[in-house]
Design a protein around this ligand. Structure first.
Ligand code: ADP
Length: 189
């Protein structure tokens, strides 16, 4: 009896697995980019899956709050799940605020070469103006505690593989920038 190896899985899928980790403020564009990126990869016959912070917090991570400890655990669990997807040969896209540099570093160390950190950069003022989910308004009124950018810090990535400026670049440009980096990386040699 022999376990199926990673290279056998990759061969079956026709590409390697990878974790594309989108980090940034709420409203910066992580979910929007994740959806469009997955569509474009899928159209190229690439096996994909998206892990979205908001969705995981209604299931696997629904017991977790937004304290520093809980955020750390949120990211730790997500990193472990992402690793399983990568092992399966999938390109997994993770859209998480993941505000703490050390938590992202732990995921990077867990995934090694198969981790791509994408800083979805957008000034707080623009995110707040967008206020897609009405959360900034709530946080400003004090109805939401520990909200990133308001009363909880966001530690910008120092050396991300990619930085997108969603206040200056449109969605298609952002996705194109990710594809140019990701496609050669998942290619089977
Ligand atoms: P997040 O997942 O980071 O909280 P969302 O994707 O939910 O953010 O919301 C981002 C908002 O910004 C959406 O309304 C989206 O249409 C808008 N937006 C404007 N420009 C961009 C861009 N270049 N990339 C992604 N979203 C953008």
């Amino acid at each position: 009896m022999k376990n199926i190896s990673k290279s056998e899985r990759n061969k079956l899928k026709g590409h390697k697995g990878l974790a594309v980790w989108l980090t940034g403020l709420s409203g910066a564009g992580k979910s929007t980019i994740a959806v469009e990126l997955e569509q474009q990869l899928f159209a190229k016959n690439i096996h994909t899956y998206t892990l979205d912070g908001d969705i995981l917090r209604t299931g696997l991570n629904k017991d977790l709050s937004f304290t520093e400890e809980a955020r750390k655990e949120n990211i730790r669990r997500t990193g472990e799940v992402a690793k399983l997807f990568v092992d399966s040969g999938t390109v997994v896209i993770a859209a998480f605020i993941s505000p703490f540099a050390n938590d992202r570093k732990i995921v990077r160390e867990l995934l090694g070469e198969e981790f791509v950190e994408v800083f979805v950069n957008c000034p707080l003022e623009v995110c707040e103006q967008r206020d897609v989910k009405g959360l900034y308004k709530k946080a400003r009124k004090g109805e939401l505690k520990n909200f990133t950018g308001i009363d909880s810090p966001y530690e910008k990535p120092e050396n991300p593989e990619l930085t997108l400026n969603t206040d200056l670049q449109d969605l298609q440009e952002c996705v194109q920038q990710i594809l140019e980096f990701v496609l050669p990386k998942i290619e089977l040699k």
